[in-house]
Design a protein. Sequence first.
Length: 613
Amino acid sequence: MRFPVSSRTLRTLSLVGACSLFAACDSDEPPVPPPPPPPLDTSPRTLTLLQTSDLHTNIFPWDYFTGKPDAKRGLARVATLIKQERAKNPDCTLLFDTGDTIQGSPLGTYYAIVDNAPKHPMATAMNELGYTAMALGNHEFNYGQDVLNKFKSEANFPLLGANVRKSADGSEAFTPYVMTTVCDVKVGILGLVTPGVATWERKDNITGLRFDDPVETAKAYVPKMKQAGADVVVVAIHSGPDKQPVGSASSPESWLADYADATKWTDRGNLPGENAAVQIAQQVADVDVLLTGHTHQPIPKMLLKNQDGREVLLTQPNRWGSHLAHVQLNVTWKDERWGVEAHDSQLHAVDETVVEDATVKQLTQAYHDTTVTYVNQKIGSTTAAFTGGFAGRYVDSALGDLLNIVQEEAAEEAGFPVDLSATALFSNDVALPAGDVTLRDAYSVYIYDNTLYVMEINGSILRRALEMNTLYFKQLDAANLPAKPADAKATTPVVADYNWDLYSRIDYGYDLTKPAGSRLTHLRFQGVDVRDDQVFRIAVNNYRGGGGGGYSMFKEGRLLWSSADGVRDYVARYMQANQNLSPEAVNTCNFTLLPDLYTPYYGATLGPAKCAP
């Protein structure tokens, strides 16, 4: 039933409404106060931080270089773990990535160089998973700023890089940090990248940018974040610890040793400031968690003391989507704000028991299929196999010689003929097959997106680099050789396979029974001993030429030319232009290693008999 309302009543109601909006009404009755806000829930709560890092465009559990499945990698499988862990704490979970995301596999190469028109596959997959933020990695710059900025525009999350500045005026080139509120707790996330980018990257890829010290940058920004109301401060950094545990770094317990105990840790052989995560934990007040990357290690948990006595948590989820880092923060209300009362972290490993997430797989299947077709095209042929791995490192091998020939010819075609070249064999499992060779085969022997440098160096730089080279090996006893090839490698610290270089056009040799620093037995160029002041032109990749791997002596040289194309592409073109490649025709013997590590494991000869020890 409807009741009639008089015009006087309407006027009265209008006046009451106006008085409720404007306190200036002339009335004996006080205005009705607004309802009180609901009481603040200050009960303790748990925040979940999930992290990936160094994905290197590995979405599917597939190795594009071998053409085989790999059950222990891929964002599609990590996605399953992400959704499982998020479901356990759905309202209080944040997801991060700490860089080296858009480069590293042929999938990344294809959608950066061959066809950059579609939305980037990593943006497609990561948008589906709802990332909160991503810190830039050094490899984000490998394809230039146009490719990076396109990916940035396609991502539904911010790309953070507080220490990436515009070189013209020092202003911010990327978003430095973001603030987000989850479960009523305000979380600030600061993004940083290793300053090694400036050393390793082609200059035209980073034009107009500079890369500041991450520790000093964190000291500048964390107070701003706290002033802006951050209850919890997370540093997402593409940089890791500058040391690693003595002995087995695969043991979770080894990462819990006191970082100040020099007997428990050994230097990684970094560039200055390359891995600064620990220093941030120790020197920057108010940091709660460091989500790290770059060093490609599974670090379940490190506990570090800040200068104010607080304990800072550090973790890293290895590479290629092999692990998901899982941080738990117990947060309590104290002194009128939230704070971390306790913390813990662990890694969830990817294996054959973890199925691919159906949605991520469906969204990225076409990208994967296109890449597989691309790498499986035939480009050349060989008369016999070119052996890689340890067998190709322990004696002068045709595969090492082939890569150096490729670099030499590329330099000469560019108008910068060289006196010598240096390269590495990056994989222990892959070799060029006998017979037909596909693009995948060619890519498999050069798995990184390095470009080529021609540098001018002197004999002193060369000699020091050759001595540095032998840090790949431990000191050996000729009467008691290691039981298997990998056991000849140094363990304190472990040296990456890409830091053992093979040189062309010089005659040199090593005696590994001698201590590091005095292992070079001879060094000659065109039959004459090399002088320290002798000038050479050398072809090396941009990583080594920039001092990467601890080879800082190369930075004393002078850069004459930098390629626009990757060394990997030069390898493919050489094989297309030189069909029926013969290991015997390619192989030249200019390198000796004592004691003989080749024959005990692999037999009397490798390819041509002339290169047998």
